[in-house]
Design a protein around this ligand. Structure first.
Ligand code: EPZ
Length: 442
C-alpha cells in the first residue's frame, strides 16, 4: 500500500486548478441510467470512487466511451445505458463505495426494479439509508430487504407515482437521498415535492443535468424541490461543477503553510461559510475574477495573517459549514493562538483524525460531538495513519506545517477523493514523497 513521507515547514505558493467535483459526479453518473440516449460528461475527476462507479455502471449494462479533452482536463465520458441491462448492484462493488446507493432511484424509475446491496457503515460513523427508502416508498415502490440487499419494485405497470415526501432525518437533510428521490421522480407520473431537501450545490448540479435531459425540476438548492414527471428523458452534455471540498482543502493548505496560493476554477460562492470562519481566523480569500453564474468558477487568492485567531465552528447542512471540511479546519486551528471549539452535527463520530493529530503534538479534547482545539506553537512530524478521506487530508495539511518528517500510511483513503494531490502540492513547493509502505517496515 502507498504511504507519504512529508517534510514540513515549506510555504506553498503558485497557481493550482480545482478539479471537477467527486460528490457532484457520482449521482450525475448514476443519472445516465435514466435514459437509453448517450450522456456526455466533462470534468469528471479521475478518482478511485469514480472508477468504482464506472465499474458498477458497466455491470448494469452501460457502454462507457472516453474521449480526450483539452490537455489539462480529464477525458470526456459518454455513458449509454441499456435499459434491458441487469438491475442488481452487487455487494462487492457497493461495499467499496457507499455512494453506489445513487443507482437505486434511477434503476427503479427506468427499469421498474432495482436490487442494491445495503451499504455498510464507514470510519465516519453509521451510514443508514432509511431516508432513501422512505423516498422510494413515497413514490409508490415496494421495498423488501433480502440477505443484505434492498429490493425495490415499482407499482404494477412499472411507473412510479409522484408524491409529496418529507426527507429530513435526525441530522437534517440527506444529500444522496435527495439526489436519489429527485432522479427517480423525473420519470414518475405526476408531481413530486421533496420537503427538507438537501441544498448542497451538488444537488443543483445534478438538477441542471436532469433538466438538460428534459426533466422539469424547480427549487433545486432550496429546501423544497418540485419535480413534474415526464415519460422519458433524452441524452445531454454536462460539465461537472468544480469540487468545493477540494477547493476548501487547497485554501486551507495555503493557510496552514502561511503560503500564497492562487486557486483557479474555484467555486467560491459555494464556500461562503468557510470564508466567513477563515476571515475570523485571519485567512483572507479574494476572488480576482469571477466566471460562470455567481462566480462558480472564480480565481481566488489566499493570504494569511501571521498570528491565527481561534474560532467556534459547528458543521451544518449547506449553506452552513461543511462537515467535509471539519477535519481539515481542525488541522489549521491546531496552530491558532487560543482555544477553538468544533462541533460536528452531521456525523458525530467523524473524529478519526483527532488521535492522529494529537500524535503530532496537537492539544485536542473531545467531549462527544465537540472537540476543544487548544492551539500550540508548532506541530511535530510523526508516523500517522489515514482512516477516511477527509481525515487523510487533515493529516496531509498537518504534515505540511509540522516541523520535521511525517509519514502517513494508507493514503488510498486520500486517493478516493483527491486526484494526485501529492504531485500537485509538490508543484506548489511541498516536500512529499509517495512510497510503498513496505519501505517503512524494511
Ligand atoms: C454526502 O453523503 C457526501 N458524499 C458526504 O461526503 C458528505 O459528508 C455528506 O453528504 C454530508 O454533506 C457524497 O456526496 C458522495 P447524507 P451522504 O445522507 O449523502 C444521516 C466525502 O467526504 N442519514 O447527507 O451519504 C447520515 O447518517 C463524503 O466526500 C440518515 O440518517 O450523506 C448523516 O448523519 C463523506 N438516513 C446525515 O443524515 C439516511 O437515509 C447526512 O447524511 C441518509 C442519511
Amino acid at each position: 500500500m502507498d504511504a507519504f513521507i512529508i517534510n514540513g515547514g515549506r510555504r506553498l505558493s503558485g497557481t493550482i486548478r480545482v478539479n471537477g467535483s467527486k460528490n457532484a459526479a457520482l449521482p450525475i453518473l448514476a443519472a445516465s441510467l435514466l435514459t437509453d440516449q448517450p450522456v456526455t460528461l466533462s470534468d469528471v475527476p479521475d478518482l478511485a470512487d469514480i472508477s468504482n462507479m464506472l465499474r458498477l455502471l458497466d455491470d448494469l449494462g452501460c457502454q462507457i466511451k472516453r474521449t480526450p479533452a483539452s490537455q489539462d482536463a480529464p477525458d470526456d465520458l459518454t455513458i449509454t445505458a441499456d435499459p434491458k441491462g441487469k438491475s442488481h448492484a452487487k455487494y462487492d462493488i457497493v461495499r467499496t463505495m457507499r455512494a453506489s446507493i445513487c443507482v437505486l432511484g434511477p434503476l427503479l424509475a427506468k427499469r421498474g426494479e432495482a436490487r442494491v446491496s445495503m451499504p455498510g457503515g464507514c470510519a465516519i460513523g453509521d451510514r443508514p439509508v432509511d431516508l432513501h427508502l422512505r423516498g422510494m416508498e413515497a413514490l409508490g415502490a415496494q421495498i423488501t430487504l433480502e440477505s443484505g440487499d434492498i429490493i425495490a419494485r415499482a407499482p404494477s405497470g412499472g411507473r412510479l407515482r409522484g408524491n409529496t415526501v418529507f426527507l429530513g432525518g435526525q441530522f437534517g437533510p440527506t444529500v444522496l437521498g435527495t439526489a436519489n428521490v429527485m432522479s427517480a421522480a423525473t420519470l414518475a407520473e405526476g408531481l413530486t415535492v421533496i420537503e427538507n431537501a438537501a441544498c448542497e450545490p451538488e444537488v443543483v448540479d445534478l438538477a441542471n443535468l436532469l433538466n438538460a435531459m428534459g426533466a422539469h425540476i424547480t427549487g433545486a438548492g432550496s429546501p423544497r424541490v418540485v419535480i413534474e414527471g415526464v415519460k422519458s428523458l433524452k441524452g445531454a452534455n454536462h460539465r461537472v461543477m468544480p469540487d468545493r471540498i477540494e477547493a476548501g482543502t487547497l485554501i486551507l493548505a495555503s493557510a496552514i503553510t502561511n503560503g500564497q496560493l492562487t486557486i483557479t476554477n474555484c467555486p467560491i460562492d459555494s464556500l461562503l461559510a468557510l470564508g466567513d470562519r477563515l476571515e475570523r481566523v485571519g485567512i483572507h480569500t479574494r476572488a480576482t475574477s469571477e466566471t460562470g453564474p455567481r462566480g462558480e468558477r472564480s480565481t481566488v487568492e489566499v493570504s494569511s495573517e501571521r498570528v491565527l485567531k481561534p474560532v467556534q465552528i459547528s458543521t451544518h447542512p449547506h449553506p452552513g459549514f461543511p462537515t467535509d471540511l471539519q477535519a481539515q479546519m481542525m488541522a489549521l486551528l491546531c496552530l491558532a493562538d487560543g482555544n477553538s471549539v468544533i462541533t460536528e452535527r452531521i456525523f458525530p463520530e467523524r473524529f478519526m483524525h483527532v488521535a492522529e493529530l494529537s500524535r503530532m503534538g496537537a492539544h485536542l479534547f473531545r467531549q462527544g460531538p465537540t472537540v476543544v482545539v487548544s492551539g500550540v506553537r508548532k506541530l511535530v512530524g510523526a508516523p500517522v495513519m489515514a482512516s477516511d478521506l477527509r481525515a487523510s487530508a487533515s493529516l496531509v495539511l498537518a504534515g505540511l506545517a509540522a516541523e520535521g518528517q511525517t509519514t502517513i500510511r494508507r493514503v488510498y483513503h486520500l486517493d478516493r477523493g483527491y486526484e494526485t494531490l501529492d504531485k500537485r502540492l509538490v508543484a506548489l513547493g511541498a516536500d512529499i514523497e509517495r512510497i510503498n509502505d513496505q519501505a517503512l517496515d524494511a
